[in-house]
Design a protein around this ligand. Sequence first.
Ligand SMILES: Nc1ncnc2c1ncn2[C@@H]1O[C@H](COP(=O)(O)OP(=O)(O)OP(=O)(O)O)[C@@H](O)[C@H]1O
Ligand SMILES: [Mg+2]
Length: 375
Amino acid sequence: MTQGGDWQQDLLHELADAQDSTPLPSSPDASGAIPGAPVQARTGAESSAESLPTAPPVPRPSHDPRVVAPAPESVPTIDPRLAIALGRPQHGDSIARRTSRSLRKLTASAGQEVAEQTRLAQEVQQPVTTGRIIAVTSIRGGVGKSTVSALLGRTFNHYRHDPVLTLEADAALGTLPVRMGAESVRWSCRDLAQILTPAMRLTDVTGYLVPVADGGWLLPAGQGRVGAPLDMRTYRTVTLALRRYFAVTVVDCETLPGEVARTAMDTAHARVVVAPMTAEGINGTRQVLDWLSQLPHSALATTVVALSANSPDTTLDATAAAAHLREPGVPVVVLPYDRHLAQGGPIHTAMLGQDTRTAAVRLAASAMQRAVRMR
Ligand SMILES: Nc1ncnc2c1ncn2[C@@H]1O[C@H](COP(=O)(O)OP(=O)(O)OP(=O)(O)O)[C@@H](O)[C@H]1O
Ligand SMILES: [Mg+2]
């Protein structure tokens, strides 16, 4: 794969080669592959990644110590006993709202909406010469990082035709796999840091990832158990290696000022800071923006704020809050309260409120605009 060249072209060649080549033997003894070699079932992906054949991993020399490392077991993301308690997903918009929206489609302003959506889609679809990393973080937990990461991952995947990865860099029992609809997880960032080699092809790598139902790929930080947190070195190894294969990687980071979150913020091509719609949350986020403005390479120029309303009872004036956050010179996208998102559990794109979908595309467009600026 060329560095900085037409890497998408390389990718297409690679895919064509993979389709032509005879599959390697799947027996670990014959192939030298890691025991329990990953051949993940794929679901209806819409991106170009959908048509990828799932190949066994690259054979390793028999002296490679990784050959004898046991493969991790597949672990359900939600205990099956609890899964029945999830309930039916509800739509982000009420029936009355959906009806009035259908009627509005017949009016003149609908044309303007379509024009705006087309413009945003073009921004999300911008070509990239090397893989772009977009890191999502916040100043405290539970404000919507994983939700925003899942929305961004799905949006990029919906609009782009090249492979998109959503990566979890928050080992504190993160919720990203559940939000992305993964039923089970197996290989984690830590495992991939040991496995990835420059000789691997996209088809080898995707065997270790979770295919997302709407398309795209997911790499969890862990297996949903309390364990050693992800470290900075593992994060750097994995993101650097995976950048070669994915046009866009959305990283769901831990909370600032954690070490991995700071590394991710510092090394990403664009940053999304999620701010909760509360006075104290906005105050703290403003301090993060002021900190970013002091970083050596003007990190503010590549930062976007997602102002997330996690409660229907918020009394804060969203316009004044957004204006306060915009002062240092960053764009702010308001993510409205959405009943479907508030429910927790897997995000079903079709169940999102219309304003939520528009906000997700706006956020993706804004982050992409900034990510392509960075070399
Ligand atoms: N736009 C929204 N509308 C309604 N509810 C939301 C919205 N965004 C997030 N939520 C709610 O907030 C909860 C926490 O969101 P999320 O798990 O994404 O936060 P987080 O910052 O990733 O948390 P953690 O720090 O624990 O990783 C969600 O389960 C959901 O109920
Ligand atoms: Mg999270």
